[in-house]
Ligand binder design. Structure first.
Ligand SMILES: *Cc1c(COP(=O)(O)O)cnc(C)c1O
Length: 419
């Protein structure tokens, strides 16, 4: 199940007319895509399900006539499918425009609930969708406490406990890290939050579809997900808000999403997210096993074939698909460029920082050496990767690393430049 090759999606997109031909674009058949934490390929089943809502069924779900009501039903079905994947109730799902919006909305709501609670507790390794938002809020007068991690990327729960004050509105901590795949003990954090009567939000954008979730049994107050990280389209996400929790919307206008997120629904994308959730739920166990086996084979072979290779992040509690490796004496930007020439897509730290010289804030928080940080690369596997692709990258990547090491003087290993 779900092992179709990437090219099958082009059946739907079809022709080489329009923008893609005039831009001479690199197509998915030409690449080996190992950057599934940055975004994922749409599942063909998802495209099939969403297309009629861009063509035939263009009604507004808020309209009173049947042509609109049928679209409302499709949005409701999507809500049920997302709820099924999260083990919660459909009424607890709010559709948003992306994971970033979901994270922002949860924190903004918490701050609006009580003017006496304007303190946020977060972690040093959050995605920019959380940390930049917290940074901006701190400039507007909020207090923000950032909890650190150890050398393996594990959260210091005692430090987290000490950070909570009577003024704390919310703890926002990711479930799994997008760069290292390290998984935080969110249930423990949720219990801690409950004991202290503060809200707990988790950015589960890397987790949804990769490991099972049952929010009905959890005290997590809110959770973010994003469709494009689970083989759905870009530009649609969801926020889970636990029932009976107070919530203040960020977008105010129409009464869509039960007054929790105004704006006419992005119907086709919501339908797509629903289908992506259904596919993920159906694939969950098998896919995680298959993807984990690929990741583990890749990582074990790399460690064996390439001297002075290190795994960044705890190998204990880690996502099944992520391998963050450092190659001593290698600059990840140079490796990325060479791999790009081989049409292998992976990333150095997080995609958001590509092109900038700034070192990953995640690896810096883990206090890795400058060389480890500079040589870090993230390989993230997914549904449409094949063992044959793993074979290929296990040829290409060691060659690239050896080539770069032969080009750079030995001093590159020791010299702590720039970053
Ligand atoms: C991708 C990602 C986001 C941002 O989601 P968008 O839908 O792209 O806004 C936030 N947090 C994590 C952990 C992510 O991986």
């Amino acid at each position: 199940m779900h092992q179709g090759r990437r090219s099958s999606a082009t059946l739907y997109i079809g022709s080489d007319r329009g923008l893609s031909s005039s831009l001479c674009m690199i197509s998915s058949e030409q690449i080996i895509y190992l950057d599934n934490n940055a975004t994922t390929q749409l599942d063909p089943a998802v495209i099939e399900e969403m297309l009629p809502f861009l063509t035939k069924y263009f009604g507004n779900p808020s309209s009173g006539y049947g042509f609109g009501a049928q679209v409302r039903s499709a949005v409701d079905l999507a809500r049920e499918r997302v709820a099924a994947l999260l083990g919660c109730e459909p009424g607890e799902i709010v559709f948003t425009s992306c994971g970033t919006e979901s994270n922002n909305a949860a924190v903004n709501s918490a701050l609006q609930l009580d003017p006496a609670r304007q303190h946020i507790v977060t972690t040093a390794v959050e995605h920019s969708a959380t940390w930049r938002h917290c940074d901006a809020l701190s400039k507007q007068g909020c207090m923000v406490t950032t909890v650190g991690v150890d050398a393996e990327g594990n959260l210091d729960l005692e430090e987290l406990g000490r950070a909570i004050t009577p003024h704390t509105a919310i703890i926002s901590a990711m479930w799994a890290n997008n760069e290292t795949g390290v998984v935080f003990p969110v249930e423990e954090i949720a219990e801690m939050a409950l004991r202290n009567r503060v809200l707990f939000h988790t950015d589960a954008i890397q987790v949804v579809g990769k490991i099972p979730i049952r929010l009905a049994d959890s005290t997590i107050n809110s959770l973010s997900l994003s469709a494009h990280k689970l083989h759905g389209p870009k530009g649609v996400g969801a926020l889970y808000v636990k029932k009976r929790s107070a919530f203040r919307p960020s977008l105010i206008g129409g009464s869509q999403e039960n007054n929790r997120r105004a704006g006419t629904e992005n119907v086709a994308s919501i339908v797509a997210l629903g289908k992506a959730a259904e596919c993920a739920a159906a694939a969950l166990g098998d896919e995680a096993t298959r993807v984990r086996a690929m990741r583990d084979r890749f990582e074990a072979t790399m460690l064996e074939k390439v001297p002075e290779t290190f795994v960044n992040g705890s190998r204990g509690a880690r996502l099944p698909n992520t391998s963050n490796l450092s190659f001593a004496g290698v600059e990840s930007g140079a490796a990325l460029a060479m791999l790009d020439r081989h049409r292998v897509c992976c990333s150095a730290g997080s995609a958001c920082r590509t092109g900038s010289l700034e070192a990953s804030h995640v690896l810096r928080a883990m206090k890795l050496s400058a060389d480890r940080t500079r040589g870090s690369m993230r390989f993230s596997f997914g549904r449409f990767n094949t063992e044959a692709e793993v074979d290929k990258v296990l040829e290409i990547v060691p060659q690239v690393i050896a080539k770069l090491r032969s080009l750079s003087p030995a001093s590159a290993v020791r010299e702590p430049t720039g970053v």
